[in-house]
Design a binder for this molecule. Sequence first.
Ligand SMILES: [Zn+2]
Ligand SMILES: [Zn+2]
Length: 281
Amino acid sequence: MRADLHVHSSASDGTDPPAEVMRRAAQAGLDVVALTDHDTVAGHAEARAAAGRLSLLPGMELSCKAGGPRGGQRSLHLLAYLFDADQPELAAELARIRDDRVIRARAMVDRLAGLGVAVTWEQVAEIAGTAVVGRPHIARAMAASGAIASPREAFTRDWIADGGRAYVGRYALDPVRAIGLVRAARGVAVLAHPRAGRDTYVPDEQIAGLAAVGLAGVEVHHPDQSDNERGRLLALVHDLDLVATGGSDDHGSLTGHRLGAETTSADAYEALVSQARPGAP
Ligand SMILES: [Zn+2]
Ligand SMILES: [Zn+2]
């Protein structure tokens, strides 16, 4: 069984519509795909309708923020699966996160204008369409304006990478609260790519703390995590009795098409799904 549990579509910042994602997943020989768009479940209906023989695991990647070194804050992503998206408290938080994403994207466009980049909010909004707006949409507008050669170049300190000249932070959930919300909505939560980069490094103690409040798993197999880090995470996951998952974090052409490049084992998948409580959709 091949399961890719971390995939984005154009419902957030991926470049392919959900139906196209499912078509590509089938082509990649996957059996299970989790659609995990940022802070939204808007792509699920289209993905489900296009699933065919594929199994769709409904999911989402939740934006969180936790205390970091020297009193700072670092962003942290939680993958949530099999939760009830209509659970009122969770739905309200998701709406708040999405609203703030718009305010923040506008602020970044203003900063870019101040740096001489000829990008307008209207252009970014047109690229995002009905999707949850994110930095990749701004990056695409920047590339279209000629300020940079390709969208990937926007993700440096010169532009809109974390801490960059035009970067603006935004509202995100405390991860302990986020895990509580997902569990209250009868779902399971997995810590996404905790060792994918310096800006998003989650130390062992913090992972242990999240495990103590109901975290179900850790994404060990992710394209941006080295073999060395994967080895350390596997040992930690074993010690904490968590599930080790894997996913490609495919964003379509933005990341290079890589569906199925990382997968979750059948045992891990079963263990994860069994932790979603009965009655979960
Ligand atoms: Zn992420
Ligand atoms: Zn992701």
